[in-house]
Design a protein around this ligand. Structure first.
Ligand SMILES: [Zn+2]
Length: 578
């Protein structure tokens, strides 16, 4: 990812119109993404749309060898920087994108031509590394039901880089960053096109990520301008490596030489009531319930608090900025923090050293790989399973939450009441659900005997074949704490989440009744009472959340205090472990 200044400029959409003349080269693909098509045109002869069939089919058919083969081919293009050769048939971004397009065509032919390949073409005002016209590569798998036109998008960038972000001459294979993500998207298109889904699924390979997320931004802008509804975006970047480098961006991996092929990280924006975090929890729940019971190598999915690693970015962000639900999936370990200007930097990320592996016995064949194809396959299955379930999922309900303020919560389903079964996700101080409840045959459910705490609740519908919807927005209630004479105090400072934290944590204040005040802030002090940060805060009724970037401050215990009009109202302790 390019240095923050350019990125920030684009975040502030100062160069929002840098992408112009954005179009889908295949107009049918565009119509399908808009939902204006006849699903019967794309029906498979045999409709495979049952949850177990899809889930176990993806799990059985995603192949490490297939993933390896794509990466070997990407390697042959030598340097596929966004600004590299577009004419050559063997080198450069042009050859790479035409090859990816041909793979989508191949997968379509193998599946009754139900997959519609296309380029998303756009011009970039000025240029990206010397080139004005650019193309993302995508393939559209039409859904069988256009009543809900929202599409599901899985993406990864194909452009690579070396030390200089516009170097189109030196070796820049980008095997971990991001041939791994490109291979994942291709493999999902190959395997998932065999099944049928209510929702349309779009497999997209972007360019221009390293220079400023430009390809993803082009599609997000295009979708926004055209009115394409997007249910979820899963961005996969640096998703196949298992080695920790001498350096790695915070939240960092354990240290040089550490190997991890059973953990993966989900990054997403926000804390309380974030649909991005809700999607991350959904991906994890579907893995736990549909794949883990059969998995020969169990994976641990870690829901991270920040939207991305410190000072880094990814192709999920342009979508989040346009209010589409989007997450990023990245390996637990990275070889380098991309600080290539540091002369002591020896790691592989963002350098000519981001290659496939080492030929240890010098027989001319790589035999020790930096990308672990089995690990990459497991991450591919996690993606495919979640996308498959979302693709056939029922509609998300809404609910009201009531409490007796002591020890129970009652959920009442208010919208999408047509289902027989619903689920409740309940969490307290972490990004994960502490528990998930299921109830049937009623629209109201009470969870009792809860210990005093602040509870965060969301709900999902479950259809007749046991598939749950994306979970609803979150609602919060505090039980048995901060009460005066049995009544909730008007303002409550809540325990930060996550706690302990390694780098970033969310601090929330629950306002039970509107209050009159002039100024409010959170004062953060170290154990000696020295103020290290002040976070201004708006206090509206409900939850008011602010993110605290502890960054590289010392680890240990810190005290945070809610101050209203100069008066300290409440304090709590939080712990940092970085
Ligand atoms: Zn990348």
């Amino acid at each position: 990812m390019k240095f923050i200044p350019a990125f920030l400029l684009c975040l502030l959409s100062l160069c929002a119109n840098a992408q112009t003349n954005i179009l889908s080269t295949d107009t049918v693909a565009e119509e399908i993404m808009l939902g204006s098509y006849d699903p019967s045109t794309y029906l498979a002869t045999t409709i495979l749309n049952q949850p177990d069939t899809i889930s176990q089919g993806i799990s059985a058919n995603v192949s490490p060898d297939s993933l390896h083969a794509y990466i070997e081919t990407l390697r042959t293009f030598r340097n596929h920087n966004t600004g590299s050769d577009t004419v050559s048939s063997t080198n450069g971004i042009g050859a790479a994108r035409r090859w990816a397009y041909s793979k989508f065509q191949q997968f379509s032919a193998a599946n009754q031509n139900r997959l519609i390949p296309s380029y998303l073409q756009f011009d970039f005002t000025g240029d990206i590394c010397g080139i004005t016209e650019h193309r993302n590569i995508l393939a559209v798998l039409p859904g069988t039901d256009t009543s809900d036109r929202s599409i599901i998008l899985v993406e990864g960038h194909i452009d690579s880089r070396s030390e200089n972000v516009c170097d189109t001459a030196s070796l820049a294979q980008g095997m971990e960053d991001n041939a791994s993500g490109t291979a994942l998207v291709l493999e999902l298109a190959r395997v998932m096109s065999r099944y049928s889904y209510n929702h349309t699924i779009v497999f997209m390979i972007t360019i221009g990520e390293e220079q400023g997320l430009y390809g993803a931004q082009a599609f997000a802008t295009y979708a926004h301008q055209k009115g394409i509804s997007i249910k979820a975006v899963l961005n996969n970047d640096v998703i196949g490596g298992i080695f920790c480098g001498h350096t790695s961006s915070v939240p960092s991996c354990p240290g040089y030489g550490n190997i991890d092929s059973t953990d993966v990280r989900l990054f997403s924006f926000g804390g309380f009531n974030s649909f991005h975090k809700g999607l991350a929890r959904y991906v994890k729940l579907e893995y736990k319930e549909m794949i883990l019971p059969f998995a020969s190598v169990p994976m641990t999915i870690n829901i991270m608090t920040p939207e991305d690693r410190t000072g880094r970015g990814g192709d999920h962000q342009p979508f989040r900025q346009l209010s589409y639900t989007a997450i990023r999936m990245t390996a637990a370990n990275e070889d380098g923090d991309a600080n290539v200007t540091d002369t002591a930097y020896h790691d592989r990320q963002h350098t000519t050293r981001d290659t496939l592996g080492v030929d240890t016995n010098l027989d001319g064949i790589i035999d020790s790989f930096f990308v672990d194809f089995n690990y990459l396959a497991r991450n591919t299955v996690i993606n495919g399973n979640a996308i498959g379930m979302m693709g056939i999922s029922p509609k998300t309900p809404d609910f009201t939450l009531t409490t007796n303020n002591q020890n129970n919560l009652t959920v009442n389903i208010t919208q999408q009441q047509q289902y027989n079964t619903y689920r409740i996700g309940l969490r307290t101080t972490t990004n994960d659900w502490d528990s998930v409840y299921t109830f049937s045959g009623t629209l109201s459910y009470t969870i009792g005997n809860l210990s005093p705490a602040v509870y965060i609740v969301s709900v999902a519908s479950v259809d007749t074949v046991g598939v749950e919807s994306i979970f609803s927005e979150e609602k919060m209630a505090s039980l048995g704490i901060n009460q005066i004479n049995g009544a909730q105090v008007s303002v409550e400072l809540l325990q930060n989440s996550p706690n302990p934290s390694d780098e970033i944590t969310n601090i929330s204040v629950l306002v039970n009744r509107p209050i009159q005040y002039k100024e409010a802030y959170i004062s953060i002090r170290d154990i000696l009472g020295r103020e290290v940060k002040r976070l201004p805060l708006q206090l509206k009724e409900g939850i008011n959340e602010t993110a605290y970037h502890h960054g590289d401050h010392a680890s240990g215990t810190f005290i945070y205090t809610l101050v209203i009009d100069g008066k300290a109202i409440q304090s709590k302790r939080m712990v940092f472990t970085n």
